[in-house]
Design a protein around this ligand. Structure first.
Ligand code: ADP
Ligand code: MG
Length: 753
């Protein structure tokens, strides 16, 4: 046990350890990894311009004057200390026993510069720090002068702190732990040859540089090294994962001429884009190797990933194996089953009258299947009769068996974690090949961080013949917009089109929002929460019992549209997550066939649903949806030859983050551009969290979005090492770091699912 693994109570004493525990710091390691949030230059005062109410702040300021006076309570006084940042002033207000405050006042004399820390409070319209903690740079007495001068010239680390534990006590605790350590106490996960190559300090040295820098260059160098380390440890973990999977054997599934795949290709009503052909060929080669393919297929919404997946699955079927397609929702799984059966036609009718000679079977297996249908599907999967089994995560459950699972395709990966991928793969006796598809365009470095164990292919083109989508933002409830919207819907429907109307909620009563939903966007600026009714009159929806305007709900909007003159005589369908799978299926089918050409729905249609005739989408309370969700939603229209129109209704005000999102959404249909805006608005942890990687919190300094070069270099270095030494036998500190930093979170993640 190294000094750093020791509980903090043994290192810094019980009292401090208790306070540190409140910050989530338990061991020496935790403490030295609690890096300063910023550095204060003692010679530069903190700008008071931006001290948000309620924030715990630490300011570097000069004392201007003090005033001590009694309060109404006996023996209690109030000491006001006015400090300046050189321009503005801020009051520090101390309450306490008179004698105590009088002695404080002697230390708090005018001209003295120090750090003051406390929570910004509002006292009669003025910002103040109440009973702040303080520390001075200059000396209390003559002997300390030299030390003080030296201290004055150094950057002071400022830590994320609490009222009970000001930043200087954390600094003290860190020094107590750090100072006695020598190199051997701090095993370095980064190999010496890399440090040497890049001129980086060891871990021990880097910790000293960030916690006790002498100069700005010191902490910058320290942080540079720690940032690299984060990228490197993560990339090594991913490289090991990849290497381990590759070291396993898989069954080679070679393409067979004249098989079902060729028959299907001949049936295709369109030619594949060049991009699709390339990816299909790439996958085809990898399926034919005796070790598992591990590939991520990224492609813009509507780029035609499904057909690529299907061709890959058919190659496996041709080779005598089975393929499983995993979808994130029942609606999507059912749709995949429907459209894949339709595309295959007689090729999916093995054993049936009119079935083709080479035919296979496509089974759907979801959680809410009636017992009989479930039994039939399970049997078909286990016997191998079903060449393709499509399902939701129900496919992961025990009891689902395959005769010879050769390929796992995961659609819309962002809903599945690594662990779920593994669970499905574990269902095969021999590791199956893996194809992961995601429509959320994610920047390269994010892909490298979240899916770093996969090789990536990207479909860049959208198949020809698409006519594009126009997007408009409309003020919710505005009568002319409302009228125009429903008239346009009518025109499109009369011309053979279909219309989606997307609402955040299911019913007008109750808190039944559906999907990944923004609770209270921009609450700070007081933007009203939604409230646009769809009525032609333009009246906003009624306020809820709590006085907040209501968000549009499926039942309510459907009812209003059924009465709307512009839509007279049309059947209005409904779709949401509370319906049974059969109800959902029926609703989708009625919409697809045109029987019910208007579908009022929640975000259950967000992912992957494909109705080529759909040409209009109206999104109610659009500000309530995240940008990638909006992009996914909009991807449901303009999929056929019919040009799409998306009308996003909103009450968001200009210059709010919500409006920034919506403006970007209006301006472009380029998913990569939108992803960038999305990421800029999110916090780092959320980015990785959104991908359910469960790794977010091991990254303290690394910024996935901006530290591109670091991540790329680290990935390259990691792969080189793992190629040579898959078990990391020669790199014990690195192996240790992977286990310690990544595994606890992985365990935690598993607990949560
Ligand atoms: P996504 O990549 O979003 O999953 P899909 O696979 O659902 O996209 O494809 C969108 C639509 O484009 C489908 O209707 C599909 O049949 C069609 N499609 C796919 N490839 C082509 C192509 N090469 N030419 C024309 N249409 C295509
Ligand atoms: Mg899709």
């Amino acid at each position: 046990m190294t000094a750093l693994s020791t509980p903090l109570s043994r290192l810094v004493g019980d009292r401090t350890a208790k306070a540190l525990a409140k910050l989530g710091l338990e061991t020496g390691w935790d403490l030295v990894r609690h890096y300063p949030r910023r550095y204060s230059d003692p010679s530069r005062l903190t700008d008071f311009g931006d001290l948000p109410l309620g924030d715990h702040v630490t300011v570097n300021a000069r004392i201007v004057r003090t005033s001590l006076r009694p309060t109404r309570k006996p023996r209690t006084s109030m000491l006001d200390v006015t400090v300046t940042d050189g321009q503005g002033e801020l009051t520090l207000r101390f309450f306490g026993a008179h004698g105590y405050l009088a002695s404080s006042e002697r230390r708090l004399y005018a001209g003295r510069v120090g750090l003051f820390t406390g929570t910004v409070e509002n006292f009669g319209g003025k910002r103040m720090l109440k009973n702040p903690g303080f520390e001075f740079f200059d000396a209390e007495d003559e002997e300390d002068r030299a030390a003080a001068l030296e201290r004055m010239s150094r950057p002071t680390p400022i830590y994320a702190a609490t009222a009970a534990l000001p930043t200087w006590r954390i600094r003290g605790a860190v020094q107590t732990v750090l100072e006695p350590l020598d190199e051997s106490d701090v095993p370095d996960p980064v190999p010496a040859e890399i440090l040497e190559r890049d001129g980086l300090p060891t871990l021990r040295e880097a910790l000293r540089l960030v916690h006790a820098p002498r100069t700005e260059e010191d902490w910058q160098l320290g942080r540079r090294r720690l940032r690299y380390e984060e990228a490197f440890v993560l990339q090594t973990a991913l490289a090991v994962r990849r290497a381990e999977a590759e070291a396993e054997a898989a069954t080679a599934r070679e393409a067979r001429e004249g098989g079902i795949r060729d028959a299907f290709t001949a049936r295709l009503p369109f030619t594949l884009t060049e991009g699709q052909q390339e990816v299909v060929a790439e996958i085809s080669r990898e399926l034919a190797r005796p070790w598992p393919m591990q590939r991520l297929l990224q492609g813009e919404v509507g780029s035609g990933k499904t057909v690529v997946a299907l061709l890959s699955m058919l190659q496996v079927v041709d080779a005598g194996g089975q393929a499983a397609l995993l979808a994130p929702t029942e609606v999507l799984a059912a749709q995949h089953a429907r459209s894949i059966r339709a595309m295959l036609g007689p090729l999916a009718e093995a054993g049936m009258l009119g079935g083709a000679e080479d035919a296979t079977r496509v089974e759907l297996l979801t959680g809410s299947l009636p017992a009989a249908a479930r039994k039939k599907a399970l049997l078909a999967a286990a016997s191998g009769e079903a060449g393709i089994v499509i399902g939701t995560h129900a496919l992961l459950s025990e009891g689902v068996q395959f005769a010879d699972l050769g390929l796992v395709v995961v659609d819309e990966q962002h809903r599945f974690g690594v662990e779920q991928r593994d669970a499905l793969r574990a269902k095969a006796a021999v590791t199956p090949h893996l194809l992961v598809m995601t429509a959320t365009p994610i920047p390269r470095t994010v892909a490298m961080t979240v899916f770093g164990d996969l090789e990536t292919s990207t479909l860049r083109e959208i198949p020809a013949g698409r006519s594009g989508i126009r997007t408009f933002l409309a003020p919710s409830g505005h009568p002319r917009w409302a009228q125009r919207t429903w008239e346009l819907a009518r025109e499109e429907i009369d011309d053979g089109g279909r219309v989606y109307v997307v609402c955040p909620r299911i019913t007008s009563e109750g808190d039944d929002v559906e999907g990944e939903f923004l609770e209270d966007p921009d609450a700070a600026d007081g933007a009203p929460a939604g409230g646009g009714g769809p009525g032609a009159t333009g009246t906003a929806a009624p306020a809820g019992g709590n006085g907040k305007p209501q968000l549009a709900a499926v039942d309510e909007v459907a009812a209003i549209l059924r009465e709307h003159p512009a839509l007279a005589g049309l059947r209005i369908g409904e779709l949401h997550g509370r319906m049974t799978p059969e109800e959902k299926d029926t609703a989708m089918a009625a919409f697809a066939s045109g029987e019910a050409p208007v579908l009022v729905t929640t975000t259950v249609v967000e992912v992957g649903v494909d109705v080529p005739e759909a040409s209009v989408m109206v999104i109610m309370d659009a500000d309530r949806f995240g940008i990638s969700q909006l992009h996914q939603l909009r991807g449901r229209i303009g999929r056929g030859s019919r040009a799409g129109t998306c009308i996003a209704w909103t009450t968001a005000k200009e210059h709010t983050p919500a409006m920034t999102r919506l403006r970007a959404f209006e301006a472009t249909t380029d998913g990569f551009e939108l992803a960038q805006v999305d990421l800029e608005q999110r916090r780092e942890g959320d980015i990785l969290g959104a991908a359910q990687s469960g790794r977010g919190s091991s990254l303290r300094l690394l910024r996935v979005l901006t530290d591109t070069k670091v991540i790329e270099q680290a990935r390259w270095d990691a792969r080189k090492i793992v190629d040579r030494d898959r078990t990391l036998a020669a790199y014990p500190a690195l192996g240790q770091a992977i286990t310690e930093q990544l595994d606890p979170e992985r365990a935690e993640f598993l607990d949560r699912t």
